[in-house]
Ligand binder design. Structure first.
Ligand code: SD4
Length: 330
């Protein structure tokens, strides 16, 4: 196949695509290429949404989510709410390679990663992330991700009183006020500044596929929140028999639909990458018209397409026969 090997990543993450390409083009495994691509973004802190120093939670802490999937064996390794360790994708790879588990979370994931040789404990905050957090505390300071609770007057975010009969004031304002359109948690939680998770797919020239995702999640998330990043079928998915998919966007909503699993299963039934991606986004949109998210789909031959809702989406491709990575806009 003239299109293989191929590397595809969410967003214009050209450096990540180049790093993955260099591995797979040199005969390295798709899994190693996925790690190289995501690690490049973690080091570069791509758009502040990958790696340390971005998306501080309500307490100001940055935590990381990542997963890697082997489309040959269907093995998956993942970490959620990883603290004090910068190498999220490498931690996910260690879970896959050295345990019978699929997902480790929080402090224990960090202990595991450090015990397996990754650097830490490290401070994942930067001046930039602390500034985002302190500006939010000092000015806006509105809860992004709560509902059906009443904010404690004494503090600007959590703890809240659970009030099942009463509507959260922000929801009341936006959902029922003045005939304005219904706002979903997607719109409230995810502004454009929140985008730019890396999900990446690599297919080698033999048709072996790997996929992976790395992100620092959602800004001002409730501490403990894990997004779609470490969930197989949500943020990415791969199956050598069919193809693969990568996603980005409002993980709290997207993970309810497993869009990447759906894309791969749709292609298995014979849909084109374009129709498979479009269907998966449409299915979410029917329930959450205002959700913000995007996916790319690639079949095992290297044909690709994408679909999105609520923003303009770009993905980057480097395939055999191309001199440079090329950016596609949806
Ligand atoms: C999340 N899906 O944690 C990630 C965020 C993201 O583009 O993709 N932003 O919800």
């Amino acid at each position: 196949n003239k299109k293989l090997p191929i590397v595809i990543s969410t967003w214009p993450f050209v450096e990540a695509v180049k790093a993955a390409w260099n591995i797979v083009d040199g005969g390295g495994s798709p899994l190693d290429a996925v790690v190289a691509g995501c690690s490049a973004c973690e080091r570069l802190r791509c758009d502040g949404s990958v790696g340390y120093g971005g998306s501080p939670d309500e307490n100001g802490e940055t935590t990381l989510d990542a997963m890697i999937m082997d489309g040959t064996t269907m093995d998956v390794g993942a970490v959620g709410a990883l603290r004090y360790v910068k190498d999220a994708i490498r931690a996910a790879r260690l879970v896959m390679d050295h345990t019978e588990h699929t997902l480790l979370v929080g402090d224990q994931a960090s202990k595991f990663a450090i015990s397996m040789g990754l650097a830490g404990p490290a401070n994942l905050s930067t001046d930039e992330s602390m500034n985002i957090w302190s500006t939010w505390r000092a000015t806006e300071c509105q809860p992004n991700f709560w509902r059906n609770v009443v904010p404690d007057q004494g503090s600007c975010c959590g703890p809240y009183e659970i009030h099942s009969q009463q509507v959260h004031p922000f929801r009341a304002l936006h959902e029922y006020g003045n005939g304005r359109p219904v706002r979903t948690s997607s719109e409230k939680g995810f502004g454009l500044k929140n985008h730019d998770t890396i999900s990446i797919v690599v297919i080698n020239k033999l048709g072996k596929i790997a996929a992976g995702t790395s992100t620092n999640g959602a800004t001002h998330k409730i501490p403990g929140r894990v997004g779609d990043g470490p969930i197989a079928g949500a943020s990415s998915y791969a199956d050598d028999d069919v193809g693969a998919c990568g996603a980005t966007g409002d993980g709290d909503i997207m993970m309810r639909f497993l869009p990447c699993y759906q894309v791969v299963e749709s292609m298995r039934q014979g849909l084109s990458p374009k129709d498979a991606a479009g269907n998966a986004i449409d299915r979410i949109k029917r329930k959450y018209p205002l959700f913000v998210g995007a996916i790319f789909a690639v079949n095992r031959h290297g044909d690709h397409s994408g679909a999105c809702n609520g923003w303009t989406f770009q993905y980057t491709v480097r395939g055999s026969g191309m001199d440079e990575p090329q950016i596609f806009t949806i």
